[in-house]
Ligand binder design. Structure first.
Ligand code: SF4
Ligand code: SF4
Length: 198
């Protein structure tokens, strides 16, 4: 399934390989390549971020939120709960690159030309559906994509839609992970030949 993603812009075949096929520790490491910042000048110490976090991680110290936990997985729940827009993610390009590297590692465990990809682009939400509230559906039914290349299948999807919707929602260029995957050696085309079935 293709979904938007708060940190990497979108998640398709590359993300499902890099994140979906790696163990929990690997997932956490990839998420934590992104940094979280709490603007202390905006924070009013209300604690909504702590309430929204499933692990109650942000601490309220002297009326200001702090987040120094090694367990923080950079999900957007605290950010979404903050009424002052004091919480932001920075260096999101890092997770795009980490996804591509992890996808390369996963695919290297298979024999060449023995893997195919099918992506269902349906009922697409702006955020990952592992979150309790992935957001309202922004694309209803784009179609089903198939390829023997994770680069080509993700590029084909992004070229079929206006992917600025994802870029605006996440503040990162979602094509970055696709370009990075190609640059580090995952085969496939950024401008794939697209054949549609009627
Ligand atoms: S990013 Fe997620 S895990 Fe980290 S503090 Fe915020 S809600 Fe909790
Ligand atoms: S929700 Fe926002 S304003 Fe309230 S404590 Fe957390 S960071 Fe500060």
């Amino acid at each position: 399934m293709i979904r938007g993603h708060e940190l990497s812009g979108f998640g398709g075949a590359i993300k499902n390989l890099g994140m979906g096929c790696t163990p929990g520790a690997g997932k956490l490491r990839q998420h934590r390549t992104v940094n979280i910042e709490i603007d202390q000048t905006k924070c009013i110490g209300c604690g909504k971020c702590k309430e929204n976090c499933e692990m109650n991680l942000p601490e309220i110290i002297e009326g200001k939120a702090r987040n120094t936990s090694n367990l923080c997985m950079r999900c957007p729940m605290c950010k979404h709960g903050c009424p002052m827009e004091a919480i932001s993610f920075v260096n999101q390009e890092n997770i795009c690159r980490a996804l591509a590297s992890a996808a390369f590692g996963v695919l290297s465990t298979f024999k060449a030309n023995k893997v195919s990809f099918v992506s269902f682009a349906k009922d697409i939400t702006p955020n990952c559906d592992c979150l309790p509230f992935p957001g309202e559906v922004i694309m209803k039914d784009v179609g089903i994509f198939a390829s023997n290349s994770p680069v080509s299948i993700d590029a084909a999807f992004l070229k079929m839609i206006d992917y600025n919707v994802f870029n605006k929602a996440s503040s990162v260029d979602c094509m970055l992970q696709v370009q990075e995957a190609k640059d580090i050696g995952l085969f496939g085309e950024i401008k794939p030949k697209i054949t549609t079935l009627s």
